[in-house]
Design a protein around this ligand. Structure first.
Ligand code: NAP
Length: 268
């Protein structure tokens, strides 16, 4: 699979590092901000890896670059402005994209769904791309169904440079909780902390009069984002339409079940 990266900052560079010597995924192109000092540089020069042979390009040239390098999937960790440019190029070229960028408005997310609705290409919209945080979401939904009169509080902690506050993941968790609570309790509060080098921490505190449940997800390294993004990239390569990480997880679960059945069959 030939992958292009949109955004070559903290997360994009971690992805580039993971793709060095990857057995079946090749880094084939990378995009950065117009007039960025990185335009024209080998990605290895600033991602702290050996020479890759892949030059960073201005995102406004995305259409030509995607077509020229026969890209299968784009993985986007950039900004909403860059994401919109790369999404248009992906649609024109019929190339799938995993959008991990956060900070979109509701209208922009609606536009993304509209763009994918004619099924000319596929989008995984993944404001929370780690597999674990999506499992946390399922766990707290069960708690909300079973304990609707408990108090729910969401805390998120990220590094000091993270721009959007609260995090898109925290908003998704609250959305999921409130859908289950049906206005049963007061609105779920989000507590945000921007400090130091936190990679990504989400906590849901569920409190009754005499007990509490604490569900925590913490990414120790940006490698957690990389693994989720690559799983989503494999998912979207052959698909068209609009998807989210829930859809990716269902596929992963089915593959695991199939592998277990094959193992049981072969050892029977
Ligand atoms: N979905 C998830 O689970 C997840 C996980 C981690 C991060 N994220 C999101 O991914 C995004 C990037 O995170 P990060 O930590 O890697 O940030 P970062 O270090 O600031 O990197 C952002 C990258 O995007 C580029 N960029 C910004 N505006 C652009 C534009 N208009 N055109 C082209 N390129 C542009 C920047 O280029 P310059 O260097 O030239 O400014 C930079 O390379 C953020 O929205 C973050 O919240 C999501």
């Amino acid at each position: 699979m030939r992958v292009a990266l949109c955004g070559l900052g903290r997360a994009g560079s971690e992805l580039a590092r993971a793709l060095v010597d990857h057995p079946d995924i090749q880094l084939a192109a990378g995009f950065c901000r117009p007039r960025s000092i990185h335009v024209g540089m080998d990605i290895g020069e600033f991602a702290n890896i050996p020479f890759t042979g892949v030059t960073a390009c201005d995102v406004t040239e995305a259409y030509e670059v995607l077509a020229k390098h026969k890209i299968d999937v784009v993985i986007d960790f950039s900004s909403p402005v860059a994401s919109k440019a790369i999404l248009k190029a992906c649609r024109s070229c019929g190339i799938g994209i995993v959008v991990c960028t956060t900070g979109f408005t509701i209208a922009e997310i609606r536009w993304m769904k509209f763009l994918a609705s004619n099924r000319e290409f596929g989008i995984v919209y993944a404001p929370n791309v780690t597999l674990g945080v999506n499992v946390l979401m399922s766990m707290v939904k069960i708690a909300a169904q079973k304990l609707p009169d408990y108090d729910f509080h969401v805390t998120e902690m990220h590094h000091r440079y993270k721009k959007d506050i609260p995090s898109a993941t925290a908003k998704c968790i609250v959305n999921a909780l409130e859908n289950e609570l049906h206005g049963y309790t007061d609105p779920v509060q989000i507590h945000s902390v921007r400090a130091g080098g936190y990679v990504g921490y989400h906590e849901v505190l569920i409190v009754g009069d005499y007990e509490r449940i604490l569900v925590v997800h913490e990414s120790f390294s940006r490698r957690a984002f990389v693994e989720g993004a690559l799983t989503a990239a494999r998912f979207i390569k052959e698909r068209r339409g609009f998807f989210q990480m829930d859809d990716v997880l269902v596929k992963v679960q089915k593959e695991n079940q199939l592998a277990e059945m094959q193992l049981a069959f072969s050892t029977a």
